[in-house]
Design a protein around this ligand. Sequence first.
Ligand SMILES: [Zn+2]
Length: 265
Amino acid sequence: MPVDRDNAIRPAMLTDDIAFVGDRSVSVHAILSNEGIVLLDTGFPGMLEGIGESLKALGLSLADVTAVIHTHGHIDHFGNTAAIVRLTGARTCIGREDADIVTGERDLSWAKELGLPPAETFTPAAVFSDGDVLTFGDRRIRVVHAPGHTEGTYAFFIETKVGGIPATAAMHGGVGLNSMTRAFLCSRGLPLSLRDDFRRGLRKLAPEKVDVVLGNHPQQNDTEGKLSRMGNGGNPFVDPTEWKRFLRACEEGLDRMLAEEEKSE
Ligand SMILES: [Zn+2]
């Protein structure tokens, strides 16, 4: 599939060792380690060529991807994982609770809702659980269970550097409310309590000290706006106040959705 140029975002290093290589539809991040590249999500099916070009523009290579970690089991986050494993033999992992979605055992990848054919499935080499610290060479990534968007959505805390100064980058791995509406949850036999889990997760994550917020989709942290201000002195991705603001906005969105549902009863 050709690269969708209209959807393209200029790839860039957001910190000394974390690159954005996704597009407007969904984020893909490359985390550099001394044992190769760790990809955080792999985008929609069809994005592989674009991801490869983005890595190349940064002097990196898809062939050097040694691990793929997933924020949750939706098609826009694991759409190219099987292909990357074939290309590079990368080790794959995902949160324990979503593992049976990416293997195809449970039909919750959201492909149907988006009118897409199912994504190619894969069997994760490993699954992670709340509080695990994933090790990739010299890199440590701490994962925190933050369910709601799916049962196996996780947040990621990555020790990084900005201009040589240690910093913490973090991503909430799924905040979209589309998979938390009463209509969706009831239609798929999922518990309404996932909304309470989502709120609990937001509150659990809020006290974390985060210097750089990564977006699960680029709109969540204004990736493009910040990239356009890159190089004007300072790094616009560094904002120690953004994490708490972002999580609060997510909770306000949840409140609005629940109030709307109540009204329409
Ligand atoms: Zn999703």
